[in-house]
Write a protein that binds this ligand. Structure first.
Ligand code: HXC
Length: 259
């Protein structure tokens, strides 16, 4: 897939998307978001791909929506175009395959929001997360006030959204925003390793696990547990469940059919 603002390539069973506007610290222009959505759709439709990684450069995952592009927008344009809420922006949240954010450097504004839309974040040790919109006269527009609050709690999210203060990688890990910190030089390699590991598991079971975890954010505990139980039961209809458990009993690695 050939794009101008991102790179999209396959690494074995992994779809790798690299945000690639280095001069603008990967500011998320309309074109970049459209290309990202197209690349995600391509990987979603490609049966050979079992997991997707989104990354940026060592200096910036993304420094936010493109301020120069949006600064002169009128209220009427923003409102009637449903600016930011357009399908392309939310494409990553609609992916059924797992999407890992490998974040080095700045993940600010829309960059932080994009990372939070992914299934989990692996952070380089130089990563910085923030919602600085308040300092340029606006507020987060792609879920920042909602996802950050759910992920790190009200106090920290409120402080960050009210002041624009950035979190470094250590604070982000303590707060539960990122799953792990990795030396930045090893970040991509580690993200690809984890993604490859996921891609070799049973695809339908991976999709079930992702759906079940995500349900925790959308429903009550009792309903979520019931949803999980139904998916758990249905996994017993899969040949891959038989293969996985037989392989364990026979002390051999599983060879999943559906991946
Ligand atoms: C457009 C951007 C940009 C952005 C950086 N650049 N961030 N261009 N939109 N969000 C450009 C700069 O203009 C500059 O271009 C080049 O990238 C390098 O940036 P510098 O500022 O010179 O680098 P540095 O001094 O190292 O500072 C890095 C930085 C700073 C702290 C990340 O760039 C910064 O504060 N950026 C804006 C962060 C921000 O406010 N993000 C939120 C955006 S609002 P030139 O041409 O001068 O070299 C948002 C709303 C989301 O995201 C709504 C829903 C998606």
């Amino acid at each position: 897939m050939a794009f101008e603002t991102i790179l999209a390539e396959t690494r074995g069973p992994v779809g790798l998307i690299t945000l690639n506007r280095p001069k603008a610290l990967n500011a998320l222009s309309k074109q970049l978001i459209a290309e990202l959505a197209e690349a995600l759709t391509g990987f979603e439709n490609d049966d050979a791909i079992g997991c997707i990684v989104i990354t940026g450069s060592e200096r910036a995952f993304a420094a936010g929506a493109d301020i120069k592009e949006m600064k002169d927008k009128s209220f009427v344009e923003a409102f009637s175009q449903n600016f930011i809420g357009l399908n392309d922006w939310e494409r990553v949240t609609l992916c059924r395959k797992p999407v890992i954010a490998a974040v080095a450097g700045y993940a600010l504004g829309g960059g932080c929001e994009l990372a939070m839309m992914c299934d989990f974040i692996l952070a380089g040790d130089n990563a910085r997360f923030g919602q600085p919109e308040i300092t340029i006269g606006t507020i987060p527009g792609s879920g920042g006030t909602q996802r950050l609050t759910r992920f790190v709690g009200k106090s920290k999210a409120m402080e960050m959204c009210l002041t624009g203060r950035q979190m470094d990688a250590a604070e982000a890990e303590r707060a539960g925003l990122v799953s792990r910190i990795i030396p930045v030089a090893d970040l991509l390699e580690e993200a690809l390793k984890v993604a490859t590991q996921i891609a070799t598991l049973s695809r339908p079971v991976v999709l079930m696990a992702k759906e079940a975890v995500n349900r925790a954010y959308e429903t009550t505990l009792a309903e979520g547990v019931k949803f999980e139980r139904r998916l758990f039961h249905s996994s017993f209809a899969l040949e891959d469940q038989k293969e996985g458990m037989n392989a364990f009993a026979e002390k051999r690695p599983p060879n999943f059919k559906h991946r």
